[in-house]
Design a protein around this ligand. Structure first.
Ligand code: C2E
Ligand code: MG
Ligand code: MG
Ligand code: MG
Length: 284
């Protein structure tokens, strides 16, 4: 899919190829079945606490276990989910699964905070804070078990509504992270005005760090900016030791990337955590 802007200035998605109408229709039908028949699965990728060298939290990333096409990634179906107005259902499903897993980890005596991605269309659900609160309660989890990752278009689509929902979520103790930071319609004003906890620097800023001193300088300054505002900084897309070490040097709080661990099923993540030998940068 490609993102484009509509008149209200926020992202909408459209399929790259509308010529395969039949395929698209079939996929739409399959999507509904997927939601009903539990074909969505979550993979988990750790965020490493760079000062303590431990796993800070894990991000839940959705995959579609398609009956004939195999495991599909978000870029292969999320645009269609939006188009078909099925994002609400997907979000509920992902929250349910992520919190089930969090409950599982907690009951094994090793609680792990999970981060769940929210699309901008989640804004239409004014009951989201209550719904999430009830889901946590039903599993005996506290709000600290959950981080919600939102994108800048979520913040920009309807500022007042976004603020209202975020205030209620955060009031209950759930942490809010701004995903893909730096790529959206950044207005620095929202950093000052909106109730958020952390910024997640987009991987496009992190990839070139090791080679390009200017890219590195940009990351270092953005980390300082976050800290000046009392926010935590997460770097995503850490693919090598040089980048990892630089982020530590710049005082970045958390890092996520293939260098440490790819997104994997929960059982595999458990093995990865168990196998770590105190070296936070150990790869899977
Ligand atoms: P995101 O939330 O920014 O997640 C980061 C993406 O970068 C993930 O791709 C992850 O696998 C990938 N990644 C992590 N570390 C590295 C690295 O070191 N190098 C590279 N090249 N990539 C890395 P994924 O899982 O394909 O997800 C893509 C996007 O789909 C996510 O971006 C998020 O916007 C969306 N998404 C995923 N799961 C959900 C969901 O449950 N709900 C919603 N609304 N969106 C989701
Ligand atoms: Mg994310
Ligand atoms: Mg991101
Ligand atoms: Mg992204």
């Amino acid at each position: 899919y490609k993102a484009k802007s509509n008149n209200s200035g926020h992202h909408v998605y459209r399929s790259v190829d509308n010529s395969h109408g039949e395929t698209r229709l079939r996929t739409l039908q399959e999507l509904r079945v997927a939601l009903e028949n539990d074909q969505l699965v979550l993979h988990f990728q750790p965020k490493i606490d760079l000062s303590a060298g431990i796993v800070h939290s894990v991000e839940a990333l959705v995959r579609w276990n398609h009956p004939t096409r195999g495991l599909l990634f978000p870029d292969q179906f999320l645009a269609l989910v939006e188009e078909a107005n099925l994002m609400h259902g997907l979000t509920q499903e992902v929250l349910r699964k992520a919190l089930d897993q969090a409950q599982d980890w907690a009951s094994q005596g090793r609680p792990l905070t999970v981060a769940v991605n929210l699309s901008a269309s989640s804004l239409v659900d004014a009951d989201l804070p209550e719904r999430v609160g009830a889901m946590l309660k039903a599993r005996d989890l506290t709000a600290s078990a959950l981080i919600l990752e939102i994108t800048e278009d979520f913040l920009m689509a309807d500022r007042d509504r976004a603020r209202d929902i975020l205030v209620r979520l955060r009031g209950s103790g759930i942490r809010i992270s701004v995903d893909d930071f730096g790529t959206g319609y950044s207005s620095l004003a929202y950093l000052r005005d909106l109730p958020i906890d952390e910024l997640k620097l987009d991987q496009s800023f992190v990839f070139p760090m090791a080679e390009d001193p200017r890219a590195a300088a940009l990351v270092a300054s953005t980390i300082d900016l976050a800290h000046g505002l009392g926010l935590r900084m997460v770097a995503e897309g850490v693919e090598n030791a040089t980048t990892y070490d630089e982020l530590v040097r710049y005082g970045c709080d958390y890092a996520q990337g293939y260098f440490m661990c790819r997104p994997v099923p929960a059982a595999q993540l458990d093995l990865w955590i168990a196998a770590r030998t105190g070296d936070p940068a150990r790869s899977l």
